[in-house]
Design a binder for this molecule. Structure first.
Ligand code: ARG
Length: 397
């Protein structure tokens, strides 16, 4: 039997190589997809081969991740439960798709991932695998084996698998759009995440004493410039992760509802994602009508839920994206943000086609707004409310 395994180089997937060989006597081809996790990919290749893989393939999907997945998340202001910018969730369908491509090319019998049965990632992998390669068997060693993290560690040590004990303290999933940190002492939702959990975001007391200003420019809802300089989305995100993190900005710590019915304490660092969604949302308020903003909010919620729940390839996703794209035609302009000691504050915005109309809103005598229209308007606006109370007053008399 030949298996293609989606390989991150972490504990779960390293244990999986060994287990697939032991249990199925399988030839294991490991596939690592670079979605911006800044790992040492040479070391990962070595680890895969040392753990028993027959072949290792690395695919660089950073640019594709930025342009085809993250750009959509920005346009959709994608925040699951108003907090999580979906970094892991967004990368899974891309990783799974790349693994499927290799699996089909290599003519394997099965396709595998290292997800546990407790999380969302198994859903994202399984759904994508079965959608894109319905004839391939899916194997999830960690789920099938029902092993805990400690048992995996023990197994890895016993089998002398090349794992990194120190890094295995937390379960980390990293990509361009964010870094998720789980397990260890973070499982107690009362405990503050220790400094060593973070890679980009410095503690606030180590952030610079001087604020720093950023200007982010958008075209059709997608960020295209940083401080006036054009750059591709990949580069822009990489820069913002560093800039935001340096000022202590970008940590999310919340209680999240997993698809499988578990609440979990999730800690993320995602400076670029938070900055870009924040700026994008602000610019939208400048250019989209009230009704459009309100309705888009409903769509955004559904969008985030679908991505979170592994339904990237669902037809509803496509339809929501079409709606969102239509709204983005006018989202052109710039947003100013000030970073300082853990905070990011919007300090200004300008748009190509703003609905903001200075001539109407101004408090000076130059205002073109005809205030006399207000009198009739408020009479009708409050009519029902007034009647409601009138009826009750007459009943009480
Ligand atoms: N809770 C997040 C999600 O469901 C992050 C999962 C991170 N995965 C991991 N293997 N550490 O998208």
């Amino acid at each position: 039997m030949k298996v293609a395994l989606s390989y991150s180089g972490g504990l779960d997937t390293t244990v999986a190589i060994s287990w697939l060989r032991e249990k199925y006597d399988a030839e294991v081809i490991t596939v690592t997809v670079d979605v911006g996790q800044e790992d040492d990919f040479e070391e990962i290749r070595d680890r895969a081969l040392k753990a028993g893989a027959s072949k290792h393939i690395l695919i660089d999907s950073k640019k594709r991740f930025a342009e085809e997945f993250i750009s959509r998340c920005i346009k959709a202001n994608g925040l699951y439960e108003d907090a999580y910018p979906l970094s892991t969730a967004l990368a899974r369908p891309l990783i799974a798709e790349e693994v499927v491509k290799i699996a089909l090319r290599e003519g394997v019998d099965a396709i595998a991932h290292g997800c546990t049965g407790k999380g969302n990632d198994q859903i994202r992998f399984d759904v994508t695998f079965q959608t894109l390669a319905p004839d391939l068997k899916i194997i999830a060693p960690v789920r099938e084996w029902n092993m805990s993290r400690d048992q995996e560690l023990e197994y890895a040590l016993r089998k002398k698998l090349p794992i990194k004990i120190k890094e295995s303290k937390y379960s980390i999933d990293e990509n361009l759009w964010g870094r998720s940190i789980e397990a260890g002492e973070l499982e107690d939702p009362w405990v503050e995440p220790p400094e060593d959990a973070f890679k980009y975001v410095v503690p606030v007391d180590k952030a610079p004493d001087k604020p720093e200003e950023l200007v982010i420019g958008f075209r059709s809802g997608v960020p295209v410039t940083l401080n006036g300089e054009e750059m591709d989305l990949l580069t822009l995100i990489q820069k913002l992760n560093i800039l935001g993190g340096r000022h202590g900005f970008g940590i999310i710590d919340h209680i999240e509802d997993r698809v499988v019915g578990l609440k979990s304490r999730e800690v993320y660092e995602a400076p670029a994602a938070l900055l870009l969604i924040m700026a994008h949302k602000d610019l939208e308020k400048m250019v989209l009508s009230r009704r459009l903003l309100d309705f888009k909010g409903i769509i955004e919620r559904r969008w985030a839920e679908l991505v979170y729940a592994g339904l990237w390839f669902d037809p509803l996703m496509d339809a929501l994206n079409s709606f969102i794209d239509k709204t983005q035609e006018v989202v052109n302009g710039e947003v100013r943000i000030k970073l300082y000691k853990g905070s990011a504050r919007i300090i200004g915005r300008r748009a190509e086609k703003p609905l903001y109309e200075p001539e109407l809103i101004t408090y000076t005598s130059k205002s073109a707004f005809d205030q006399r229209a207000g009198e009739g308007f408020t009479k009708l606006w409050g009519l029902e409310t007034k009647l409601w109370h009138m009826r009750r007053r007459s009943e009480n008399q």
